[in-house]
Write a protein that binds this ligand. Structure first.
Ligand SMILES: [Zn+2]
Length: 488
């Protein structure tokens, strides 16, 4: 095993901060196309003084570069100048249970468990942690999509959907803006173990587990596997990765192991997997969805993702759900960075975390040709941060453009755009926003929110209707945030 492909950032690295650069509209064109200038994050580097062109009505990116091409100058586009602000692809959240978005995070009773069934059904003498949804699941889902959109996430895999707002990559009807591709398939109980079945040494779970042929038919099959730290969690992977592990069918159906580990598979959590298991995941080209905060809060620890990255596994971040996870993808990144340092002594590069929120996430969802990076022909899903992000992570170089996006806060967001459509903008961009947009305060900063067409009411009306539930507009540290402090 060689050195992980990660770099340590010197902790004593003081630099003058580039001053915040709020975006402003410097030209209003007639074509509907939009030129945005700033620091553009790409897989190669952060490109300062770069330009992207968003084409209308396709909602796609038509140009990325230094802006000097004559063809670009001829375009009668509107122009947004963003100075040193950071232009990133919109974030993609690869794991949510989005309908749990009106509940408060679970209180910390100090109990860390060994398997998800311990808290789900109160197995083995553990405390059952119920998280009932307040009100309708449709309203809660819309509410959750709004919370994620406001923090720069433009696509979600979350098991539920509403039309508009964030793209829902696990629903064909939720893809939005002319995006077409097979939707991902999302599975909470691949072994049909919803009743809380725990096995060790055989695969006698429910009667209708997933099988190799069925899983293989999906463009992406994304499943909870091994959510726990015990032998029973490891057993789930054995039953899903080895045809000969258990060949004896159960009389009631199911009972035999299968092997679904392939390029189209992504495993959510995978906390119970051994390094040998991850070697198999790597060899097969399967992917991993990482939800560190929820792992730490429920089980006291999370994966050593540096081992996975070194093995070449595509790892993407997901917030899991509000009760035990992060309220935003940015807070998931903060937790991921912090727990990797604390548990494994590894400083994840901000760019590595950014990839987990963008292109890796697109690969997990099976949309890497259309989402996840700012490239010509891809959808113009964009989030812009003004670089004033909370500097709570002292180990990171504050001038790192990737860090400013990854650890950015809601109040520092200048623009959120889905397929070229403005969903949220700072005050300086309001001239380009539709008349139906609302002005709202985000942690003391005024923003323009443009969701009423898709929401079917103004945001303010919807917020008033849901008064008292967990907020969708969040301060730097979301209220009652579950701990990210590992205990084992
Ligand atoms: Zn989950």
């Amino acid at each position: 095993m060689g050195m992980p492909k990660l770099f340590l950032i010197p902790s004593l690295f003081f630099l003058a901060l580039a001053s915040a650069s709020p975006c402003k509209v410097t030209r209003r064109g007639l074509s509907g196309d939009l030129i945005i200038r700033g620091t553009v994050l790409t897989s190669e580097a952060a490109l300062a003084n770069a330009t992207i062109l968003v084409h209308t009505p396709s909602g796609k990116i038509a140009y990325v570069g230094d802006g000097c091409d004559s063809g670009l100058r001829a375009v009668d586009a509107s122009v947004i100048e963003c100075g040193h602000s950071i232009i990133s692809p919109g974030f993609i959240n690869t794991h949510e249970h989005i309908e749990f978005s009106t509940v408060n995070p679970l209180s910390d009773i100090g109990e860390r468990v060994d398997h998800r069934h311990d808290w789900r059904v109160g197995a083995r003498g553990h405390t059952l942690r119920a998280a009932p949804v307040n009100g309708s699941e449709i309203n809660a889902t819309a509410w959750g999509e709004l919370r994620h959109v406001f923090s720069g996430t433009t696509s979600i895999i979350g098991g539920q959907m509403v039309p508009g707002l964030a793209r829902n990559l696990d629903f064909i009807s939720g893809l939005e803006d002319g995006l077409t591709a097979p939707a991902a398939y999302w599975d909470v109980f691949p072994l049909d173990d919803a009743l809380g079945i725990l096995r060790n040494g055989d695969c006698n779970y429910g009667s209708t587990p997933i099988d190799r042929e069925t899983a293989g038919r999906f463009n992406r099959y994304i499943a909870h596997v091994g959510e726990g730290v015990d032998a029973e969690a490891a057993n789930e992977f054995a039953c899903l990765s080895n045809m000969t592990y258990d060949t004896l069918p159960a009389t009631s159906g199911g009972g035999r192991s299968t092997d679904i580990v392939a390029q189209n598979t992504a495993l959510i959590h995978a906390l119970g997997l051994s390094t040998a298991d991850f070697d198999k995941v790597a060899a097969r080209g399967a992917k991993i969805v990482w939800s560190p905060r929820s792992n730490v809060f429920l089980y006291g620890k999370t994966l050593n993702v540096s081992y996975l990255l070194e093995a070449g596994i595509t790892v993407a971040l997901g917030t899991d759900w509000l009760p035990s996870g992060s309220a935003t993808l940015n807070r998931e990144a903060v937790c991921g960075a912090s727990v990797m340092r604390e548990s494994y002594g590894v400083a994840l590069a901000p760019k590595t975390l950014w990839e987990m929120m963008t292109i890796n996430a697109a690969k997990v969802a099976g949309f890497e040709d259309k989402l996840g990076s700012l490239e010509v022909g891809k959808m113009a899903d964009v989030v812009i941060f003004n670089g004033e992000g909370e500097k709570e992570l002292a180990d990171y170089d504050e001038s790192d453009a990737f860090a400013q996006a990854v650890f950015g806060n809601e109040k520092d967001i200048e623009l959120v755009m889905r397929g070229g459509r403005i969903l949220l903008a700072s005050d300086g961009i309001k001239d380009l926003a539709a008349e139906t947009c609302e002005t709202l305060s985000f942690d003391g900063t005024n923003k323009i929110v443009c969701v009423s067409n898709e929401l079917g009411s103004t945001f303010e009306e919807f917020e008033a209707f849901l008064e008292g539930v967990y907020p969708a507009r969040l301060p730097t540290i979301p209220p009652q945030e579950p701990t990210c402090e590992p205990t084992r």
